[in-house]
Design a protein around this ligand. Structure first.
Ligand SMILES: Nc1ncnc2c1ncn2[C@@H]1O[C@H](COP(=O)(O)O)[C@@H](OP(=O)(O)O)[C@H]1O
Ligand SMILES: [Mg+2]
Ligand SMILES: [Mg+2]
Ligand SMILES: [Mg+2]
Length: 306
């Protein structure tokens, strides 16, 4: 018997994210990035556009009734067969579907696509920071996610790895590690800081601060034991930045919320900006304890964006 929709959607998303990753590498190799400025500190390249077309065309062909929202807006879905992914990841399909997801109807899903997370870093050559994010929400909550890293160097020299997480099932594609117990390491933005973002960091007195690009890559820092917390007291991230990372992190026992401790809603009609910022912890440190240390000007700035 065929697997439930969520399992087939996850398995196709794994292969689609890989294909998008190879498109991202091809665009860089050809060297013409086709950069467009969407807004202040907000770039889009040919890689963002092409990767999004590949992902949305592929997923909507196999799942025509499921709502899919991509960062780069409405895309031309008339793509070459070469960009159309129709084969699901067989390994993932060997898992058994958690009971709570067996009977979800198509109209209860929303898929959030960030075809290239870390665009600023991509244009500046920080290629490790780049990820492809496909997040699956069920009835407003982030429950499944793919984080594909196109430039991850595998031991054999091959490029790219694909991390997945599904609540109730777990995670795959990487080795889970814990960060050092005698430190408090925080990861945050490299390219979108401001005075409030800095005030939140200062209040937490971390032993180390890692500044890297992309919401996907920062959550990878938590998953792999390089940081305890991801702190970003700014309204700059959007739902497509956090849906997949939240699902993967929480499938492994971590937490991702806004800076006030509330989960975002990922329904199809929500506003796209994560107006109250992003706070993620790996499960080893207390989320509530971090929030309790935030100064009033930071909390006010996050609340005023409600
Ligand atoms: N002030 C801002 N303006 C526009 N986008 C922002 C932003 N702050 C964060 N973002 C978006 O949130 C994601 C993570 O940001 P950062 O790397 O700074 O932590 C990036 O996604 P994209 O690269 O997919 O656009 C970035 O563009
Ligand atoms: Mg962008
Ligand atoms: Mg992004
Ligand atoms: Mg993006």
């Amino acid at each position: 018997m065929s697997q439930p929709t969520i399992m087939r959607l996850m398995a196709l998303s794994i292969n689609t994210a890989k294909r998008a990753g190879s498109i991202i590498r091809d665009v860089m190799q050809k060297g013409n990035l086709g950069i467009v400025e969407k807004g202040k500190d907000d770039l889009q390249t040919e890689a963002d556009r092409s990767a999004q077309r590949c992902i949305i065309a592929s997923l909507s062909k196999s799942f025509p009734e499921i709502k899919i929202i991509g960062e780069e807006g409405g895309s031309d879905l008339n793509v070459n067969n070469d960009w159309l992914v129709t084969k699901a990841d067989e390994d993932f399909l060997t898992n058994s579907c958690p009971k709570q997801w067996r009977d979800i109807k198509d109209d209860e899903f929303v898929v959030w696509v960030d075809p290239l997370d870390g665009t600023s870093e991509y244009t500046q050559g920080f290629l490790d920071h780049v990820t492809v994010l496909i997040g699956i929400a069920v009835n407003n909550s982030a429950v499944g996610g793919i984080i594909h890293q196109p430039y991850f160097k595998n031991p054999g020299g091959e490029l790219g790895r694909t991390i997945w997480g599904l609540k109730g099932l777990g995670t795959g594609g990487f080795e889970r590690l814990s960060p050092p117990k005698d430190k408090f390491i925080v990861t945050t933005t490299r390219s979108h800081s401001n005075a409030i973002v800095q005030a939140a960091l200062d209040a937490l007195s971390p032993t180390d601060i890692i500044k890297v690009g992309g919401a996907g890559y920062k959550v990878l820092q938590l998953l792999e034991g390089k940081a305890h917390a991801y702190v970003f007291a700014s309204p700059g991230c959007k739902k497509w930045d956090t849906c997949a990372p939240e699902a993967v992190l929480e499938a492994q026992g971590g937490t991702l919320t806004d800076m006030l401790g509330n989960h975002y809603s990922y329904g199809s009609d929500v506003l796209h900006p994560n107006a109250q910022g992003v706070l993620a912890t790996n499960g080893d440190v207390s989320h509530a304890n971090i929030i309790s240390k935030l100064p009033s000007n930071v909390l006010e700035a996050m609340r005023s964006k409600c």
